[in-house]
Design a protein around this ligand. Structure first.
Ligand SMILES: Cc1ncc(COP(=O)(O)O)c(C=O)c1O
Length: 467
């Protein structure tokens, strides 16, 4: 029984998610609730409380006022993360056998929804930043090329998904892209798991929230980009393209019948916090401190990559010839706990708590890291994944997932059809999805990825037998 002591252990600077920074930035109402007699708040769906799918009760009222404050038609709180709400949203938009346009940096939850609902993904590639090995958001010229490259035959493409911002905080203004996809007949879902604070409307040059750019559905993770507890999220719906009844049926299919009242209360508190003057002032202060911290670190020689969300700091370890995974291993025991180690970078989530002394700590740790891994040449430019602009899978993900499968060595996998996701986590972006056939170039590229991702890329893949 070693779990409880782990929860209260000292961990150094919490530069990871949830964004409340181990409680430091929890809104006052939630903090007070947690100080009440332990467990009083753990209630079932009593009539006065209701649940996210009930028409009456405090939760329904709370969702109605959150939607009104955001200026949208409906919203639903979720207690199975952004994962659960993204899956419900996608299954509401697309019927079995229909197609959905997904970016290559889609979170694995949406591929899993394709498996669950027998949806046919059409995947589009993204601009690639070869100095760091990360995708960048698509602009409207890019999306125009994607639309030109779509297959002309087959089932209709009913929906499209965008990721805005990315885990690392890359974002643009998605208005034109959303409009173009809607003109094409798509209902647009934006995975804004990392960008709830974009919608808070504070006086800071953050990118716009997709909610204010006309998206039909948007999912916010309230633990990643607001100050709620882990597992919380909210799904927003606006416009006429999707009937809310379909969303509710889909939510009912996936969600627990016993949602935690504490988590639901934390959804309300996190959203309410930014309606209040104190909460808005705190968010603005955090954004300003974060921008000043990044400037200060750059001035003292710490290589940070540029992005659009000040609350994400991307340390460019590759510039010093060090992988983000090695840097993370080295920082962790020294009390600097990042969120997202990748081959050329380590992303720190500053979250919504105040971090005193962080500039000095990061600068010192960076200098000590350089002494530990001295005089390395920068990592060479990363090779873009060898993918066509648009790909359909060789089999449907459902077919591939449910087929007889077998393990095949990665080196022998050329020509095979993947039966499962291949997906380093974090960031949870699949490198290969069920139903995709591995051509020679892709098989070779995956083998080379082992050099960077280590055992996150296994030596053997689960592939469809005889596929
Ligand atoms: C872009 C993106 N979307 C969705 C999710 C899923 O969020 P959750 O862990 O809250 O289910 C993640 C998780 O990392 C993510 O990075």
């Amino acid at each position: 029984m070693a779990l409880l002591p782990q929860l209260t252990r000292r961990l150094g600077q919490p530069l990871f998610l949830p964004a409340h920074g181990r409680g430091a930035a929890l809104p006052d109402g939630l903090r007070q609730l947690l100080r009440r007699r332990a467990g009083v708040w753990d209630l079932p769906e009593l009539p006065a409380l209701g649940g996210p799918l009930e028409a009456d009760g405090a939760i329904a009222d709370s969702q109605r006022s959150a939607a009104a404050e955001m200026g949208v038609a409906r919203c639903w709180y979720g207690v199975n993360g952004a994962t659960g709400l993204l899956q419900a949203a996608l299954l509401a938009m697309v019927r079995p056998g229909e197609r959905v346009l997904l970016p290559r940096n889609v979170h694995r939850s949406l591929i899993q929804a394709c498996v669950l609902g027998d949806l046919r993904p059409v995947l589009f590639d993204l601009p690639f930043q070869s100095d760091r090995g990360q995708p960048a958001p698509a602009d409207s010229a890019w999306i125009e090329r994607v639309l030109q490259a779509l297959p002309r035959d087959g089932a209709p493409i009913r929906a499209a998904v965008l990721v805005h911002p990315t885990y690392q905080g890359y974002a643009n203004d998605p208005t034109a892209v959303i409009q173009r996809l809607q003109q094409q007949g798509c209902c647009v879902l934006v995975d804004e798991a990392h960008g709830c604070h974009f919608a808070a409307g504070v006086d800071h040059p953050l990118p716009p929230s997709a909610l204010h750019c006309g998206a039909d559905l948007v999912v916010h993770s309230l633990q990643k980009s607001a100050a709620a507890l882990a597992q919380t999220a909210v799904l927003w719906l606006q416009g006429e393209r999707l009937d809310p009844v379909r969303v509710e049926r889909s939510l009912g299919l996936l969600q627990t019948t016993s949602p935690s009242a504490l988590l639901l209360a934390s959804c309300e508190e996190a959203l309410q916090h930014w309606q209040r003057r104190k909460g808005r002032r705190q968010l603005l202060q955090r954004l300003q401190e974060a921008a000043a911290l990044a400037d200060g670190l750059r001035h003292s020689g710490v290589p940070l990559l540029s992005n659009q969300d000040p609350l994400r700091l991307i340390l460019h370890t590759g510039q010093a010839g060090i992988t983000g995974l090695d840097a993370d291993d080295w920082f962790l025991p020294r009390g600097l706990m990042g969120e997202l180690p990748e081959p050329a970078s380590l992303t720190f989530c500053l979250g919504l708590a105040c971090h005193r002394g962080l500039k000095r700590q990061m600068r010192n740790h960076w200098q000590n890291l350089l002494r530990h891994f001295p005089d390395r040449p920068p990592l060479p430019a990363f090779e873009a994944p060898p993918l066509p602009l648009v790909t359909s899978t060789a089999q449907s993900p459902t077919q591939a997932w449910t087929a007889e499968h077998q393990l095949v060595g990665l080196k022998d996998a050329e020509g095979c059809i993947a039966a499962e996701l291949l997906c380093p986590y974090p960031p949870g972006i699949p490198l290969l999805i069920p139903g995709e056939r591995l051509d020679r170039q892709r098989q070779r590229w995956l083998e080379r990825q082992q050099l960077f991702w280590g055992d996150q890329i296994p030596d053997a893949l689960s592939v469809v037998s005889g596929g």
